[in-house]
Design a protein around this ligand. Structure first.
Ligand SMILES: *Cc1c(COP(=O)(O)O)cnc(C)c1O
Length: 396
């Protein structure tokens, strides 16, 4: 059989854009199709009992999924990758590898779904959780117990875009004999590669930047730790939260343009952040790309760009914030993030609505706080859209 040289082969270390287009994907040997086929099959014919082409049953192993897993692993610089049916399924898998009595140190501003799964599901199985400000290294160090097995970090965080120092947390967790897991959904591997900074595990909601087109829900776990990988692989097959073939294809296709899209997301977000910073109706802007952001220096050291997520405080009350987010024409009022289209949301009533107001305010999630997922449209149109919505929100 003639074999074509593999563009992602490790003759020299390929760049991220090359990996995004090629890693894990070779033309279909049967037809030469350049795109990885969507293999709609649950099982595979064996020529002899247990003699087959590496595929026996699709929960266990699937060719489209395998291409995606290899691609995502390459993007994060990981030896191993596993794809899941959602970000939550990926996150759950990492915790399912723990035992009753094990302790997890988790960021206190973690994604709401993660908080819910940890406190309402895994706590019932005897896993213990402490929530701590991951940007305060002393507080993190003091929160370790003899049972601490895992540190759970998101950076930038949601919705205040706080920055945690991945290198410092990796050193700390290593010294304490714990593993560091980073939810890299907000940054994506185009901007931040936690494994290269010392983290042990990276998880993703591929629903967001990796998929990038708001057309699929998915998740992934990436690691170079062979022992952890074996545990996660066993759980993936045992519990079965696997993505379907078409979902794998969509994430695989989306990931091809990840570095390209993120360039524009970053460029647009910086333009929006600077514009809002100078706006008389805006009290505060949270964006790690602004020199005024408390995590700016760490972000500069560990990220290639500052991302597409911004939050800001609109002056005035809750009702005004609601009017503003409902008055945009380009920014769509919706949950989620990371797609090509710009989205706007109100943490107090949407993503963080379940948190009691007192606690919410203590965490800095004010009534006027608005979150933006800045898309890849023309920046001038986005600025004009926000401006006119702010004007429209002035009159009830
Ligand atoms: C969306 C999200 C998740 C959950 O992912 P799903 O794909 O919705 O299950 C986890 N972490 C972060 C940071 C997210 O934004």
């Amino acid at each position: 059989m003639s074999s074509r040289p593999d563009p992602a082969a490790k003759t020299r270390e390929p760049g991220l854009s090359t990996l995004a287009v090629h890693a894990g994907q070779t033309p279909d040997p049967a037809t030469g199709a350049i795109m990885t086929p969507v293999y709609l099959t649950s099982t595979y014919v064996q020529e002899w009992p247990d003699r087959h082409k590496g595929y026996d049953y699709s929960r266990t192993v699937h060719p489209t999924r395998r291409a995606l897993e290899a691609c995502l692993a390459a993007l994060e610089g990981a030896a191993h990758g596993l794809a899941f049916a959602s970000g939550m399924a990926a996150i759950s898998t990492v915790v399912e590898a723990l035992n009753p009595g094990d302790h997890v140190l988790c960021a206190n501003d973690v994604y709401g779904g993660t908080y819910r799964a940890f406190t309402k599901v895994f706590a019932r199985f005897g896993v213990k959780f402490t929530f701590v400000d991951m940007s305060d290294l002393e507080a993190v160090e003091n929160a370790f117990t003899k049972e601490t097995k895992l540190l759970w970090v998101e950076t930038p965080s949601n919705p205040l875009l706080k920055i945690a120092d991945i290198r410092a947390l990796a050193a700390l967790s290593r010294a304490k004999g714990a593993k560091l897991a980073v939810d890299n959904t907000f940054a994506s591997p185009a901007l931040q590669r936690p494994l290269s900074l010392g983290a042990d595990v990276v998880v993703h909601s591929t629903t967001k930047y990796l998929g990038g087109h708001s057309d699929v829900v998915g998740g992934a776990v990436l690691t170079s730790d062979g022992e952890l990988f074996e545990k996660y692989k066993f759980l993936q097959n045992s519990l079965g939260a696997v993505p379907g073939p078409l979902d794998c294809f969509l994430v695989l296709r989306g990931a091809k343009t990840l570095p390209l899209r993120l360039e524009r997301h970053c460029e647009n977000a910086l333009a929006v952040a600077k514009h809002l910073l100078g706006h008389p109706e805006v009290a505060k802007v949270h964006y790690p790309g602004l020199p005024t952001h408390p995590g700016h220096e760490i972000a500069k050291a560990q990220m290639k760009g500052f991302g597409g997520m911004i939050s800001f405080e609109l002056k005035g009350d809750l009702e005004r914030a609601k009017r503003m987010i409902s008055s945009c024409r380009i920014f769509a009022l919706a949950e989620s993030l990371g797609g090509v289209e710009s989205l706007i949301g109100h943490p107090a009533t949407m993503t963080h609505g379940a948190i009691p107001r007192e606690e919410r305010l203590k965490a800095g999630l004010t009534d006027g706080l608005i979150r933006l997922s800045v898309g890849v449209e023309d920046a001038a149109d986005l600025l004009a859209d926000l401006d006119s919505a702010i004007v429209a929100s002035l009159k009830p």
